[in-house]
Design a protein around this ligand. Sequence first.
Ligand SMILES: [Zn+2]
Length: 69
Amino acid sequence: MPEGYCVKCKAKKEIGEAVEVTTKNGRRAIKGKCPTCGTVMYKILGGKATAAAGSSPSAQPAKPPAPTT
Ligand SMILES: [Zn+2]
């Protein structure tokens, strides 16, 4: 289990129900809940998500502009 800092408990806690997410900045993070108080916790993993790491295709919303005639 990953650990994160709970601002409510003001202590390090294991992150419950942890899921890996990718932020808008393309950084990977762990999102989960404090097992004690249920506060949502984030843990930034740092580094950029690698496209080859099986990230969801929806993480790349870059669409080519509509062709103009
Ligand atoms: Zn807490």
